[in-house]
Design a protein around this ligand. Structure first.
Ligand code: GCU
Length: 421
């Protein structure tokens, strides 16, 4: 017994000591001086002066994010089948059409299922649709009793020690404060949501489960981590949406919160079919400038979540100044398509100021492309959204997604898609 405890301590100590050593900086005066890489300067030092050159430079930046941060997606040789498993014309008391579609990803005799829950306004043909992962199962986003429960890892894995039964009936509607579907549909938008664990379970198991099991490629230091996997999953959902006659695939907005906000940024950068990207409280390695080392740092995120990024990224633990990119360039990769970054005042872990500054520093790329860019230099007051080609707001309160956030995203999308009030 004593031997077993000692062995356990031996395994845990390096992690515990790292976790203990880490003290987040929340003092603006202690933010180090830094110089950001310039998105409008090629790796060889020459400036980018026009749209055509930007396309080339964009490739350089994308390649660095792939190789050094999120990891490279291996070649996909499988196929996908979609099956509509339920359909209702009278969802939400007649306000919406609803369907559940099972995407079956198949590679030889291996198969996984990804369930997409879709709510659309009755007159949906031209409605922009928010595509967004949820954290705990599609049934947590709605109180409707017949939406299916997930059958992937939340319910049948113990790795995270989940004990609140959220994958069961008990979880139905548990996340509705983050999913104001009625309000969204009433304003003429649709929602497509997917439980992110269907695509890749969020724990460090050496990449043996989720869609990873499809890819036989040998892993190396630039192989994809879970965030890249989730972003890839959003592209597969987009493949389906393009075939759905009720949906205008030109108007799909990819939106995500927190780790799933980091994911939406990478999905928006990787797949230009997404018309708009929204990152809610995405923080470290999402929208926040890494070189500020404010709140969660690269070292801390790589220690707590070693499976989110590629192994190369670990080189920059506590050495953010050596990163060949920073997060304003992740936003720039989304240009010319609009992008919205949102912070919460109490969410210092995510570094609201760093999230704001990324918008400022990504702006020159949009401007080079003849667009408005980001029309602010100073942090706006609370609840005062700034909207150009890049939009930003900070609201009071905690790390969360609120109706206020959604209302801002809908205002921004309504402006961009020129929707009637
Ligand atoms: C942790 C993590 C963040 C992440 C968040 C979330 O707090 O440190 O980087 O954004 O979880 O996804 O909820």
């Amino acid at each position: 017994m004593k031997k077993a405890i000692n062995f356990l301590l031996f395994l845990l100590l390096p992690w515990l000591s790292m976790a203990q050593q880490f003290v987040a900086n929340y003092d603006e005066a202690k933010v180090p001086a830094y110089t950001l890489p310039d998105p409008l300067i090629f790796n060889d030092g020459t400036p980018v002066t026009n749209k055509k050159e930007w396309e080339k430079r964009r490739g350089e930046i994308y390649h660095i994010f792939e190789k050094e941060v999120f990891g490279v997606v291996p070649e996909w040789k499988g196929s996908m089948k979609s099956v509509v498993v339920s359909q209702r014309k009278d969802a939400l008391n007649g306000l919406a059409k609803r369907k559940e579609v099972r995407l079956e990803l198949i590679n030889g005799n291996r198969k996984i299922a990804v369930m997409v829950l879709i709510y659309l306004p009755q007159n949906s043909k031209d409605a922009p649709v928010f595509l967004s992962y949820n954290f705990d199962g599609n049934h947590t986003t709605t109180v409707e009793p017949d939406v299916l429960l997930p059958d992937s890892w939340v319910s049948n894995n113990k790795e995270l020690g989940i004990s609140d039964n959220r994958a069961t009936e008990k979880g139905r509607g548990a996340a509705i404060s983050r999913w104001p579907i009625k309000e969204i549909v009433t304003r003429g938008f649709g929602v497509a949501t997917v439980y992110y664990g269907d695509v890749d379970p969020d724990f460090n198991d050496g990449f043996k489960n989720g869609v990873h099991e499809f890819f036989d490629a040998k892993r190396d230091s630039s192989s994809w981590g879970s965030i890249a996997t989730w972003a890839w999953g959003l592209s597969r959902v987009m493949d389906y949406l393009e075939t759905d006659k009720d949906i205008n695939a030109q108007k799909v907005i990819v939106m995500g919160h927190s780790r799933l906000g980091k994911t939406s940024l990478w999905a928006g950068a990787s797949d230009q079919r997404f018309a708009m990207t929204i990152a809610n409280n995405s923080g470290s390695c999402g929208a926040a400038i890494s070189r500020r080392k404010f709140g969660e740092t690269v070292g801390r995120i790589n220690t707590a979540f070693p499976h989110w990024f590629c192994d190369n990224f670990k080189k920059y633990n506590e050495k953010e100044e050596l990163m060949p990119v920073d997060q304003h360039e992740l936003l720039a990769l989304i240009a010319p398509r609009p992008v919205y970054v949102a912070s919460a005042a109490e969410d210092l872990w995510a570094d609201p100021k760093g999230e704001f500054l990324s918008c400022v520093y990504a702006s020159p790329v949009y401007q080079l492309l003849g667009l408005k860019g980001f029309p602010a230099k100073d942090m706006p007051a609370l609840n005062t959204p700034v909207m150009g080609s890049i939009a930003y707001h900070i609201r009071p309160g905690k790390h969360d997604v609120t109706l206020y956030d959604w209302n801002c995203y809908m205002d921004f999308a309504a402006l961009y898609f020129k929707m009637k009030k």
